[in-house]
Design a protein around this ligand. Structure first.
Ligand SMILES: *[C@@H]1O[C@H](CO)[C@@H](O)[C@H](O)[C@H]1NC(C)=O
Ligand SMILES: *[C@@H]1O[C@H](CO)[C@@H](O)[C@H](O)[C@H]1NC(C)=O
Ligand SMILES: *[C@@H]1O[C@H](CO)[C@@H](O)[C@H](O)[C@H]1NC(C)=O
Length: 346
């Protein structure tokens, strides 16, 4: 039977039908669909695309039906579809290869996914000024002009970073989408953090990650990064322990703390403020018994205060004059004893 290629309109109608299934055959196809290599295309927006359609028999006509790169050839077994720069998003509804032969008109659909790396990824903290420890803050990542956004498979994810450490990944269900999803869109997503001391001076950022069936993996697009400042109450790093000193000795007590903003210090002795001592060290040049007792180092900043306590015991030392007199007395007794013994025997 001689099968003459029908009007273009009919073919268009058939290829429209094909959009709903990958392997829709022409009405009178007797099971000899053309084969497309590769069977699916993932192409970069603006990049080239090519696919080859072939039949295992000689076809009267092979043709490609597409919004760009339409072509057909008579009496052949294969035909290449090729576009130098893909900029037509509607190609994603698929392109069709048809083969007319003694087996009827047979069709195969080539699914096309167009991807586009984001124009920019913008990271912001939805809060002005320094953060406070223990409070919650919202971070926002905006991925501008990216494709594709595939709902079921999360092929676009946003990765959150603190320094080089990955904190979390956000997918389709966490996105706020702006734009036509069949093309490129701008996506916004948030992450909530509770500010901690670990976040102080940490550099936060986000990145857009496209996970597609491409020969080479697509590099992530990284955002700007923001150095956080977190205000937190002092914590004691180190302090003098309980000590014992002798009368007349030098006494030095100290405490160190980590705090932001940097803290002020105050010292108390038995509950009474030691006026004028606002350093992290307390120095007494010559200790007296009155200096005994409990000392407290109080460390304060805008976020709160902590204190470190230390007990000081003062020991009375022997009187040096008394010792000298004692020694002299002992020597004198020995000398007298010696004289007595000498006189008795000699
Ligand atoms: C999207 O991701 C899924 C799961 O990883 C993968 O099977 C699929 O091929 C991807 N889609 C494209 C167009 O690469
Ligand atoms: C210091 O002494 C006090 C009581 O005298 C005691 O409660 C505290 O545990 C001591 N601290 C250390 C570090 O030994
Ligand atoms: C605090 O101590 C340091 C050394 O311990 C000293 O150089 C400084 O002058 C002191 N500051 C005050 C205000 O006493």
């Amino acid at each position: 039977m001689e099968w003459i290629f029908p009007l273009r309109g009919i073919l268009l109608w058939i290829s429209l039908l094909c959009l709903f299934d990958i392997h829709v055959s022409g009405q009178n196809c007797r099971g000899k669909e053309p084969v497309i290599d590769p069977p699916a295309l993932v192409v970069k927006y603006g990049g080239p695309a090519t696919a080859t359609c072939h039949t295992e028999y000689n076809a009267d006509l092979i043709g490609w039906e597409a919004t760009v790169g339409d072509t057909s050839k008579e009496n052949t077994q294969q035909l290449v579809w090729s576009v130098a720069s893909v900029t037509d998003w509607s190609l994603q509804s698929g392109i069709t290869c048809y083969a007319n032969s003694e087996y009827g008109q047979c069709l195969t659909l080539l699914p096309v996914t167009i991807y586009k790396m984001p124009e920019n990824v913008d990271f912001v903290i939805l809060n002005a000024g320094p953060l406070e420890e223990g409070h919650e803050y919202l971070l926002e990542c905006e991925v501008q002009s990216v494709a594709p956004l595939i709902k079921l498979t999360d092929n676009l994810t946003v990765i959150w970073f603190r320094g080089v450490t990955e904190l979390k990944r956000s997918g389709y269900s966490q996105f706020t989408i702006n734009g036509d999803q069949s093309q490129n869109v701008t996506v916004r997503t948030n992450l909530s953090i509770t500010a901690s001391t670990e976040d102080h001076r940490a550099s936060y950022s986000c990145a857009a990650h496209l996970d597609l069936d491409t020969a080479a993996t697509i590099p992530d697009t990284r955002s700007n990064s923001i150095l956080l400042e977190v205000l937190y109450k002092p914590r004691v790093l180190n302090s003098t322990g309980n000590t014992t000193v002798g009368v007349g000795d030098k006494l030095e007590l100290s405490c160190t703390a980590d705090a932001n903003p940097s803290p002020s210090f105050q010292w108390k002795h038995n509950g009474l403020v030691l006026a004028g001592n606002n350093n992290n060290t307390l120095l007494i040049d010559s200790v007296t018994v009155d200096n005994e007792g409990v000392y407290e180092c109080i460390i304060k900043n805008s976020q709160g205060q902590v204190s470190a306590k230390m007990d000081v015991k003062v020991e009375k030392k022997g009187n040096p004059v008394g010792i000298i007199i004692g020694v002299v007395l002992v020597v004198m007794v020995l000398v007298i004893l010696g004289v007595v013994i000498y006189k008795k025997y000699f």
